[in-house]
Design a protein around this ligand. Structure first.
Ligand code: FAD
Length: 389
């Protein structure tokens, strides 16, 4: 069995590592290999605890325990994370994952894949360097997958724009800023030697997002001088798209962004890129008879059902109202005033609170949270601005 892996981002590199280390002949194609893919580079506890080499590796990264959350009409709140977030530059992260794949025995080829055709049981891939045959194909070409017949068919309604600047400087905390009437948010993620300052948003043109981000940067004294601009697509599947999502077909599977596997609320994608690669490798190695069927089943059981459920909540999280205020402002206020609610936020930042079950947990805690808030206000421990409660 020979497997061709198209794309060498986190998903392709990890799939290649898993397959090659199990003795499968594996060839990986990437047109750029390690590169600074537009990204925040943030990895939740869920990601690095499941894939401990991310934490143990000497690859440069920031380990972040402080985050500041801000929303309109509420005082920003600092949250000390009980499980840190790791932030990598994507050049370093991709390089580390590709090195691991090569050390496991995968053949790594720097070239662009121009086409993929099936003839009988074999694949033929056309690349800039010539053509290659393989028995099986993993499509990990990211959100801008050029292979129209393989992977998720992303419509404009199932994506969001994400753009920003790499700003020189140093910081020890992340900032998250929610904005009025935006299904998305601004982030400031410190990395080694610079920060990834960006914005993502669904249903708003990139130029409007860029204007919002630049206003924010100006107000916060984050200079664009010497800062490189970046922009990219972020898959953000709506509920109907999850139902028809094309993640596998005969003798192929799509993983990571090429399969639309991104959290529709937070935009977290690196974990799902690694996890789907892991499941694709497991399906090929342990379910030789019908790996595609096994892959679909593994994805659904593992995280896809939860991401689909998240897509039903996204609009309400960013545009909904609670107690006469926006949900995002209430989230910031509740984080400041209620230890119970802070516990929920801790788990959301660690990636351990599934969307299925979130509503139940919030309602179960609501009484307690409201009592804590009233007590905190009554005891005068917190002096809120009049517009915050
Ligand atoms: C602005 C922004 C910020 C983000 N921030 C975060 C974050 O902080 N945390 C997080 O978890 N997620 C974040 N994400 C999402 C994350 O970047 C993606 O989910 C992740 O990179 C997906 O990995 P992947 O391997 O599937 O695809 P990619 O990383 O996109 O890799 C695809 C690879 O395929 C190669 N390729 C494509 N076409 C071809 C071809 N024809 N031939 C050869 N090679 C090809 C490309 O060169 C690339 O290396 C962010 C996304 C954006 C856009």
């Amino acid at each position: 069995m020979k497997v061709a892996v198209l794309g060498g981002g986190p998903s392709g590199a990890y799939a290649a590592e898993r397959l090659a280390s199990a003795g499968i002949r594996t060839v990986l194609f990437d047109e750029k290999l390690a590169w600074e893919k537009p990204c925040g580079g943030g990895l939740t506890w869920k990601a690095w605890s499941q894939y401990p080499f991310l934490f143990d590796s000497p690859t440069p990264r920031k380990t972040i325990t402080e985050t500041v959350l801000a929303a309109p009409k509420s005082t920003p709140v600092k949250l000390t994370l009980d499980r840190p977030l790791l932030i990598f530059s994507r050049y370093d992260l991709n390089g580390m994952l590709l090195d691991r794949a090569a050390r496991a025995g995968a053949q790594i080829e720097q070239t662009r894949v121009l086409g993929a055709e099936r003839s009988g049981d074999a694949w033929r891939f056309r690349t800039k360097l010539g053509s290659l045959h393989a028995d099986y194909c993993i499509v990990a070409t990211g959100a801008r997958n050029p292979l129209r017949d393989l992977g998720t068919e992303l419509t404009p309604a199932d994506t969001m724009s994400a753009l920003g600047y790499y700003v020189p400087g140093d910081r020890h905390q992340i900032d998250i800023q929610f904005l009025p009437k935006l299904e998305g948010y601004i982030w400031v993620f410190p990395r080694c030697g610079h920060m990834s300052v960006g914005i993502c948003g669904k249903g708003e043109p990139a130029s409007a997002l860029r204007a919002r981000l630049e206003r924010y940067m100006e107000e916060r004294g984050l200079s664009k001088d010497g800062a490189a601009f970046y922009s990219h697509l972020l898959p953000c599947l709506g509920t109907p798209a999850w139902k028809r999502n094309r993640v596998a077909g005969e003798r192929w599977m799509a993983t990571g962004d090429a399969a639309g596997l991104v959290d529709p609320i937070t935009g977290e994608g690196i974990y799902y890129a690694l996890r789907s690669a892991d499941l694709a490798a497991e399906a090929i190695l342990a379910h030789r008879e019908s790996p595609e069927l096994a892959y679909r089943r593994l994805l659904r059981r593992d995280f896809m059902g939860d991401l689909e459920f998240g897509s039903r909540l996204a609009n309400r999280v960013f545009h909904g109202r609670f107690l006469c205020g926006s949900i995002t402002s209430r989230m910031v206020q509740f984080t400041r005033l209620s230890p119970k609610f802070r516990g929920v936020m801790q788990d959301l930042f660690a990636g351990t609170q599934p969307y299925i079950g979130l509503k139940k947990r919030l309602f179960r805690n609501l009484n307690g949270s409201l009592i804590e808030i009233v007590c905190n206000l009554g005891l005068g421990r917190v002096v809120p601005r009049p517009d915050t409660v």
